[in-house]
Design a protein around this ligand. Structure first.
Ligand SMILES: Cc1cc2nc3c(=O)[nH]c(=O)nc-3n(C[C@H](O)[C@H](O)[C@H](O)COP(=O)(O)O)c2cc1C
Length: 220
């Protein structure tokens, strides 16, 4: 595996796993990210498990400013489509809480600055799940999501950050056309900004108490 002369942060594995946050306002929009570094993180990504080791993934990286701006425009248009959709998965969220207001402000910042992020990653996985049964859905998503998370962990270990985003998928066809993706055969996973982070200190995220969520030996 290629190795750049990159300093890894001094993080334990557990710290890495518990402090790899969604980064939006702390993406460094001024510092270029070398392609070799992105490639190195992708080499780590593809070590993830995937069904029968078929590796039906592609990694579309956009670092050319004009194309990046067009990609960001599709993202923004996807967000407008999301807000207009009465069946959106987020429709029941209570946006009056402090946490949701903080997330909304951060989401809006990323929307408004996405075109300035040094590189944007759109992973794809082979196959379509539009009509798929649950087994196929789980198998296909399960064959790409661990790799993407590996990528985000590899970024974090090197002082970079990203954010898992899916909002542009409301405009999946538009993004496919822009990037030359054959949308009949490949499914886009999301869009992942890539940048150095402003500072490298991140904490644990707010999560529910696990005691309320674990079910030992059945749901009863
Ligand atoms: C499936 C999925 C979709 C998401 N979509 C978006 C998105 O479109 N835009 C965005 O800014 N954040 C998006 N997020 C980021 C979440 O808001 C974030 O993970 C959550 O607030 C928890 O923050 P943390 O990752 O720092 O713990 C998404 C996260 C996931 C896992």
């Amino acid at each position: 595996m290629a190795r750049n002369d990159v300093d890894l942060l001094d993080l334990s594995l557990d710290e890495l796993l518990t402090t790899t946050r969604t980064v939006r306002k702390r993406l460094d929009l001024t510092r270029p990210v070398p392609r070799a570094l992105i490639t190195e993180c992708l080499e780590i990504a593809v070590q993830a498990p995937n069904g029968s080791n078929q590796q039906r993934w592609n990694w579309h990286v956009v670092d050319e400013p004009d194309l990046r701006a067009e990609v960001a425009e599709v993202y923004r248009s996807g967000m407008s489509g999301h807000q207009a959709d009465p069946n959106r998965a987020t429709r029941d969220i209570d946006y009056s809480t402090e946490e949701q207001q903080r997330i909304a402000s951060s989401v809006a910042y990323l929307r408004d600055h996405l075109h300035k992020v040094p590189a944007l990653l759109i992973p794809t996985v082979g196959g379509r799940m539009d009509e798929a049964d649950i087994f196929l859905q789980a198998s296909v998503w399960g064959s790409i999501l661990p790799a993407v998370w590996n990528f985000m962990l590899a970024l974090r270990a090197r002082g970079l950050g990203s954010a898992w985003t899916t909002i542009h998928l409301h405009k999946e066809a538009e993004m496919a056309e822009l990037l030359g993706i054959d949308a009949a055969k490949h499914t886009q996973v999301g869009l992942f900004p890539i940048a150095y982070t402003v500072g490298t200190e991140f904490g644990a995220g707010a999560r529910q108490d696990l005691a309320d969520l674990i079910r030992w030996n059945g749901a009863g």
